[in-house]
Design a binder for this molecule. Structure first.
Ligand SMILES: Cc1cc2nc3c(=O)[nH]c(=O)nc-3n(C[C@H](O)[C@H](O)[C@H](O)COP(=O)(O)OP(=O)(O)OC[C@H]3O[C@@H](n4cnc5c(N)ncnc54)[C@H](O)[C@@H]3O)c2cc1C
Ligand SMILES: NC(=O)c1ccc[n+]([C@@H]2O[C@H](COP(=O)([O-])OP(=O)(O)OC[C@H]3O[C@@H](n4cnc5c(N)ncnc54)[C@H](OP(=O)(O)O)[C@@H]3O)[C@@H](O)[C@H]2O)c1
Ligand SMILES: Cc1cc2nc3c(=O)[nH]c(=O)nc-3n(C[C@H](O)[C@H](O)[C@H](O)COP(=O)(O)O)c2cc1C
Length: 607
């Protein structure tokens, strides 16, 4: 566009034209739209300066309030997308924009004909799969039944985790399906890692500038954005992922008996003074430091002293320090592999990086050291850190209720240690907690809410809890809460671990709860106490009739722990029980399960 020719037609001096020509070409289309909206609304402001303030109620309805509503659809497993969707709607309300927020599970695809502006906020679940409530909508959008969506202008915010090989796959799938159906992208999709807050801000700001908005100040005058951020009341510090609380370690016990093949830590932390509140079902995020041994090995391999100053997202500092706190050395991610393949130009690595199954196979058991050793390359310290993922907190399902433990929070941590590619490997956070943390030390923590793993709101509802290993953690919190609140609902625990004598986590507590009737029944499966493995799902199948009766009486069904194997097998067992004892076909049993999921009566906290 020739800005100068156009502007010359307007009421501008030559100096103004020169100034505008300098600025305008650098603006994005979103910024131009925003300016358009801003300038359209500026006259009332000018009048206000002249002493004729126009209150919101007096002025003509803005193009925004007249405009079509903004539809915000979210698909979530643990509640992050829901939280962001609701936050976005609040932002829009503050800007006088009508927003309709829907869980994808309750949105009717036929309403797509009424939608002109659409925001999709969706996480990826399973292994590149949509959260259960998002399945049908995605399927519909991809199907022949989906009408042309040329009337829709949309944008997708994809939540995910770069440690998964199919990073943000569901967001990508929605974006592609909407585009294929003819919808127009108003703002490019943003794929977010687990620290999604900044990316979300960037995305929503772009959306708002694209909508060309003005907001209305408290005095009723039009004011321009920047956006309203959520602020804590003055003086109150809010601890979160970006500002974790330094919690002192009050207790650290290995729950496994002597000679156990496992190491499971019970950790109690002091939250006093933090004002932190949590609910059973939430998780605790913990930041860890890398193992000094691993840092030393990597530095030696790359022939760095560690004293080299590098620019990190946390400022300039010596490489060794950055490797301790700012980046991850384990596990290897697909993104690091991809970057290294590009950097080295290695044909073999590029071939692996091109296929997500090969990536998953390659990164299993390998860390960055293995990659550098296998395909050596000369790197500068800066290039090296550009390969690494930022240090991410690890999540631990909270194993306590504040009704019982007050200012404490308890977690249960299974320590990851294994041997692969000729070296002994340790989990970044779990080995930090096991090997380098002592009583009185402080851990950087924050609460990660999970609105989708919660006790029923009616306290007399029966609950069925299935947990293997550390999967028992949230159920300890559930039962503590039910005891404290004297809930009358029946409760049933299925617990699985390796050996009865060494691995029955919280055995005495469960026995006491049973004795007191707070826990109605418990079934345990110790996989390695006999030749043939017995797992929690075997116990469920043995008690199938009764389990089905509990479901028919409105029980909530919870699963926590390993997602790869246990949660899948428990899900199959549940379907089998409903099929057998409900006298249903497999399809009907699948519908039954789906309705439990959509109704919030089948909840999973799996990892
Ligand atoms: C919502 C949520 C709740 C969670 N709750 C709990 C909890 O209550 N308790 C708990 O212990 N954990 C829990 N986790 C898991 C926890 O967050 C960490 O993932 C876990 O502690 C491992 O982290 P790490 O830093 O020690 O290991 P990392 O350094 O992250 O290494 C783990 C990785 O090592 C690799 N690996 C592990 N074992 C092997 C092996 N045998 N062979 C090859 N590769 C292997 C895998 O790639 C694995 O992903 C939860 C996770 C989530 C998302
Ligand atoms: N990547 C790996 O190879 C690996 C290995 C272990 C744990 N983990 C992860 O580490 C985390 C914590 O594990 P954890 O120590 O709490 O417990 P866990 O390793 O999940 O084990 C708890 C119990 O679950 C049993 N189990 C194994 N497969 C099962 C299945 N298909 N169905 C039902 N139960 C099954 C185990 O039996 P058996 O072990 O006797 O089969 C054990 O008795 C989880 O995220 C888990 O995925 C990863
Ligand atoms: C069981 C499980 C499976 C996941 N699978 C993936 C995945 O395949 N790809 C990905 O990018 N993220 C994956 N994630 C990460 C989530 O998408 C991420 O934590 C997101 O912030 C969750 O948002 P939500 O609370 O709205 O569900 C997974 C998380 C969990 C708990």
């Amino acid at each position: 566009m020739n800005w100068e020719t156009g502007l010359k037609k307007g009421p501008f001096s030559d100096t103004q034209i020169r100034q505008l020509v300098e600025v305008m070409p650098a603006l994005t289309s979103g910024q131009v739209h925003w300016l358009h909206g801003y300038l359209t609304g500026i006259n009332p402001l000018l009048e206000a300066e002249q002493g004729t303030a126009i209150k919101a109620a007096d002025r003509e309805p803005s193009p925004v309030s007249e405009a079509e509503p903004l539809w915000i659809l979210y698909g979530t497993h643990t509640g992050n997308s829901e939280r962001l969707a609701k936050k976005s709607a609040k932002r829009m309300a503050d800007l006088d924009v009508e927003a309709k927020v829907f869980d994808m599970g309750s949105f009717k695809p036929r309403d797509l004909k009424n939608v002109t502006k659409l925001l999709v906020i969706v996480s990826t679940d399973g292994e590149g799969d949509p959260p259960v409530q998002a399945e049908e909508l995605l399927e519909f959008l991809r199907s022949n039944k989906c009408p042309g969506l040329g009337h829709i202008s949309y944008s997708v915010l994809a939540l995910g985790d770069t440690s998964y090989t199919q990073f943000c796959q569901t967001g990508k799938d929605f974006d592609a399906a909407l585009e294929k159906a003819g919808a127009k992208r108003m703002v490019e999709r943003i794929d977010c890692d687990v620290d999604f807050e900044e990316d979300y801000e960037r995305w929503i700001e772009e959306i708002i500038s694209n909508l060309g908005q003005l907001s209305i100040g408290n005095d009723g005058l039009l004011v321009s954005l920047p956006l309203l951020k959520e602020h804590a009341p003055a003086g109150e510090v809010v601890y979160d992922r970006k500002k974790p609380f330094p919690a002192a370690v009050l207790e650290k016990i290995n729950l496994n008996g002597r000679h156990s093949s496992k190491e499971t830590l019970h950790i109690e932390l002091d939250l006093k003074g933090s004002g932190i509140k949590y609910e059973p079902g939430d998780a605790l995020g913990i930041y860890a430091l890398n193992s000094p041994g691993l840092i030393e090995s990597v530095l030696n391999l790359l022939q760095f002293s560690g004293e080299e100053i590098v620019n990190t997202h946390q400022g300039a500092k010596p490489l060794k320090e950055a490797l301790s706190s700012d980046y991850e050395l384990t596990p290897l991610t697909g993104i690091s592999l991809n970057r290294y393949a590009e950097l080295t130009g290695s044909g073999r690595l590029k071939e692996i990086a091109a296929d997500h199954l090969s990536v998953a196979e390659y990164i299993h058991g390998r860390d960055i050291y293995d990659l550098l050793k296998e395909e050596p390359a000369r790197l500068t310290p800066e290039t090296f850190i550009s390969l690494l993922r930022k240090n991410m907190p690890r999540m631990y399902s909270i194993a306590s209720s504040q009704d019982t433990v007050d200012d404490e929070v308890h977690v249960v941590v299974s320590v990851v240690r294994y041997e692969a590619y000729g070296r002994n490997k340790e989990g970044h956070c779990s080995s930090f907690l096991s090997d380098r943390i002592n009583l009185g030390d402080r851990l950087e923590v924050f609460v990660d809410q999970n609105t989708r793993f919660k006790l029923p709101s009616e306290a007399d509802r029966p609950i069925i809890m299935v947990g293997a290993g550390t999967g028992v953690a949230p159920f300890r919190a559930f039962i503590q809460q039910r005891e404290a609140r004297e809930s009358k609902g029946k409760s049933w625990l299925f617990f699985g671990e390796r050996n009865f004598t060494t691995d029955f986590l919280y055995q005495t507590e469960w026995l006491q709860y049973l004795k007191e009737g707070i826990l109605t029944r418990a079934d345990v499966a110790f996989s390695r106490d006999q030749d043939k493995k017995i797992y929690v799902q075997d116990r469920m199948l043995e008690r199938g009739r009764e389990l089905y009766d509990w479901l028919e009486k409105g029980a909530f069904f919870y699963v926590c722990g390993d997602k790869q194997r246990m949660a899948k097998d428990v899900d199959s067992a549940l379907r089998k029980i409903i099929h057998t004892h409900g006298g249903m076909t497999e399809d009907k049993a699948a519908e039954y399960v789906k309705s439990l999921q959509l109704g919030g009566r089948y909840q999973t906290d799996v990892y």
